[in-house]
Design a protein around this ligand. Sequence first.
Ligand code: ADP
Ligand code: MG
Length: 290
Amino acid sequence: ATPTAIMVGTGNGARAGILVRNAAALERAEKIRTLLVDKTGTLTEGKPAVIDIVPVGVATESELLRLAATLEKGSQHPLAHAILTKAGEHGLELPPLGNFQSISGKGVSGVIAEKICHLGSPALMLELGMTPDDALLQHMQAQGKTVVCVAQGSNLLGYLAIADRLRASSPRAVARLQAMGIEVVMLTGDNRATAQAIADQAGIRNYCAEVLPRDKAEEVEKLKARGTLVGMVGDGINDAPALAAADISFAIGAGSDVAIEAADITLMRNDLNSVADAISLSRATLGKIR
Ligand code: ADP
Ligand code: MG
């Protein structure tokens, strides 16, 4: 495209809340054939809330929530925020937490009242030698909820089911992108059943689930190996390396500063429709000078 066409395109984008970092990105955007979309914070609102508290054995709901919130005190994860908010609503006082550790893409651990405790995915519990109730998990996950388990030592004390609403704009944006000939693929660290439920709600056929943060970039490389141009949309929480690996990266505006710095195109509106708008803008900008 001519410099003038690019300048006009960039200006039109900025007015629509689409901030293009460099001209080359705007030129390449029209060639995107596969778009990877991160689930949490991108397709969904990224504001998960605790819906169910399910103690097993002797623990009460309050005890379970208190332990969970104490473990999450040191975490920045959106699920941690949901659990701490719920504990706050219940007016729970949290005991001290020792030796906090974050287990990337799996959960957290720490010492409470001299006992080592864990909180995290069912997969983490299996790794630790505990067996979560499969039927219960499947029931909650089929509703699109993310289930985390709480354990004290080697005792599984219960489950918290956390739900993050799909952004109302996501299904229409996915349909628009698909109508533009773009294959939309969801990427998430969450389990398959929850991923399937969210993908269904969004109208997405293909997804990669249970992908650890450090493996997300590898999924991008796999799709690039097919030879088509791959775009990636994320909020920068756990997906900054994947954004960097994509041919063209889009950051959802409310995400972390990391994403905004690394992304080719930043979307000020937290709406996947802006990606479709950006690709249309690219097509229009280049179309004008052909
Ligand atoms: P996503 O790809 O959807 O952003 P993550 O990779 O951040 O998800 O996390 C994957 C899974 O790891 C979560 O669904 C959860 O089960 C578990 N997990 C990771 N960190 C935490 C935490 N701080 N609290 C609870 N669960 C966590
Ligand atoms: Mg994420």
